[in-house]
Design a protein. Structure first.
Lengths: 227, 330
């Protein structure tokens, strides 16, 4: 199936105001091919540590899944062929014939891959968008969720004596990321706080009205039932 | 029935979800094989035989039981994979199998007389006569009740049958007569009853149209969700359709069952098994829901009220209901 959105400049998921977005802006001039070794390493480690993923995807050897981290200036293309899987970096999907697309913020995609959040819940909340062949997306979600991936542990297990510095780096990096996220959230609220308060008040009022309406409907139904 | 005797029966679609359920405090975990012998035959989901052997070992080491759902209806003249599933569950030392089909009940009871049998919700047994029949004919030890009964109806049933009662306490909720719903078959040719799939993913499409997302099943438009509106599963029973010029959820809104606050009533009604729906959900869902219900059951055992735990963020449509247990629509 030809990519239905390749020519569209807008993305259906707005990127969150986060450190990843800033990193994405900084990464914009970097050619995707320079990032390819990182994703080759991720695929290699995951494949070695979790062979069950490709086994669960054995029914979809010719699928091509486009993964769009909406806060980064590049996209990923996964081809889960059992013997020769690939995870390649592209600037966009314009030259990719994908069978399915998954779009969401990078942090959410990482959390999904590690089973820290539920894919259905992310979809219900509209933070995750899927298009195209739903079957292969579901199979991929189930295969990855069922594998019990933990990227830090997985990389540490393959690095031998370098595992400890890696964990230290990950720990410091995680703390910095959280601090920066908090600060950026503060900036975001300061910029749009008034509008947010208005929206919160409206949401609360709508919720009250919905409850009231449901109660009125119930009363009416009961009256009709008795009549 | 007392709180000491109740069991939390928790879902697992993958080995990682099984570990999540066990670690979060499940008393039992229910699973299925990776084929059409169970009603969650979804792509990439379920257990191979070696995975189930490992899962049972992990669970048993921690005092948790494993139940195997073999709860679809065998095709006429081709019952082999269903029989094989029962044989393998027995060989791997599953604590019970959950079955629905009368023929499969007979096969399991005759071939493996020591294997404990639970009657699946798919059998839709909701009367004392039906449940007594399964007990007398096949020595069924527990019945999973359809999600159509009120708490007083469950209490009356429990007092009148010689088997344990299990009810759904959380998760997806359908308005259909369980085991007899043909809506998915109508739209796709595949059903939960025969093929183990309701609204199979192969027939589902989500189409982004500007700020809206349209869900389609087998070419039928099921729903259109507006900007920011929580989405739901693409099942016909939860579709939003136009009738008499009015757009509405004709059967049921996208919502999840949650009976956390009702657990004491259900215990009083004689329920033994509290079943959490969701073998198709991820391990994050399994861990969160099992932990919440473990806390609730433990609180009740201490003589306290179940705590109010927020599970909104993992519910379908971001909404919750007590379903038929309360029948608040009446």
């Amino acid at each position: 199936m030809q990519n239905p959105r390749a020519a569209q400049p807008s993305r259906p998921v707005d990127p969150p105001f986060s450190p990843v977005l800033l990193a994405g802006i900084a990464l914009a001039p970097v050619p995707p091919r320079l990032l390819q070794p990182l994703f080759d390493a991720i695929l290699s480690v995951v494949r070695r540590r979790h062979p069950g993923i490709l086994e669960r995807l054995a029914d979809y050897p010719d699928s091509v899944v486009g993964i769009d981290p909406v806060d980064l200036p590049f996209v990923l293309v996964l081809e889960p062929h059992p013997q020769m899987p690939t995870l390649t970096v592209h600037r966009d999907f314009s030259d990719v014939a994908a069978t399915a697309f998954i779009r969401g913020p990078l942090e959410m995609l990482f959390a999904l891959s590690e089973g820290r959040i539920d894919g259905d819940a992310a979809f219900f909340s509209r933070q995750l968008v899927i298009e195209g062949d739903t079957e292969v997306v579901l199979a991929l979600r189930n295969a990855i969720d069922g594998a019990g991936i933990n990227l830090e542990d997985d990389f540490a297990a393959t690095l031998g004596p370098l595992a400890r510095p890696l964990r230290h780096f990950a720990s410091v990096g995680g703390r910095l990321f959280n601090l920066l996220s908090r600060d950026m959230d503060m900036v975001r609220r300061s910029l749009i706080g008034t509008a947010l308060r208005g929206t919160d008040a409206q949401s609360s009022r709508i919720s009250e009205l919905e409850t009231e309406l449901a109660s009125i409907r119930r009363t009416l139904r009961n009256r009709e039932h008795r009549a | 029935m007392t709180a000491e005797n109740v069991e939390l029966v928790c879902p697992a679609g993958t080995p990682a979800a099984l570990k999540a359920a066990v670690d979060a405090g499940a008393d039992c975990v229910y699973v299925g094989f990776r084929d059409e012998t169970n009603a969650r035959n979804f792509p990439g989901l379920n257990f191979s035989r070696p995975e189930l052997a490992d899962g049972i070992a992990y669970a048993h080491e921690r005092g948790t039981k494993v139940l195997v759902a073999i709860n679809t209806f065998p095709r006429a003249g081709k019952p082999e994979i269903w029989h094989q599933a029962v044989d393998d569950a027995a060989r791997l030392k599953a604590d019970a199998v959950i079955v629905a089909d009368v023929g499969l009940c007979a096969y399991a009871a005759k071939t493996h007389p020591d294997l404990r049998l639970h009657l699946s919700v798919q059998a839709s047994a909701s009367s004392p006569e039906a449940i007594r029949f399964y007990h007398q004919a096949f020595n069924i030890q527990r019945a999973v009740l359809p999600r159509v009964l009120t708490v007083p109806e469950i209490a009356a049933l429990a007092a009148d049958v010689p088997v344990e009662m299990e009810v759904f306490v959380f998760g997806g909720l359908g308005v259909m007569a369980e085991g007899r719903c043909a809506l998915s078959s109508y739209a796709t040719g595949l059903s939960p009853n025969m093929n183990g799939v309701c609204s199979p993913a192969s027939h589902v499409r989500y189409v982004e149209r500007g700020e809206k997302v349209v869900s389609e099943l087998g070419g039928f438009t099921i729903n259109t969700f507006g900007a920011g509106e929580p989405a739901g599963y693409p099942t016909l029973c939860k579709g939003r359709f136009e009738a008499n010029g009015k757009l509405s959820y004709l059967f049921e809104e996208p919502t999840s069952l949650n009976t956390l606050a009702m657990l004491p009533e259900l215990i009083k009604a004689g329920v033994t098994g509290f079943k959490i729906e969701g073998r198709q959900r991820g391990r994050a869902y399994v861990g969160a829901v099992v932990k919440a219900f473990r806390q609730a059951v433990d609180a009740i055992r201490r003589g306290e009220a179940p705590p109010d735990i927020d599970l909104d963020n993992i519910t379908e449509g971001g909404r919750q209901t007590a379903g038929a247990y309360e029948r608040s629509w009446r």
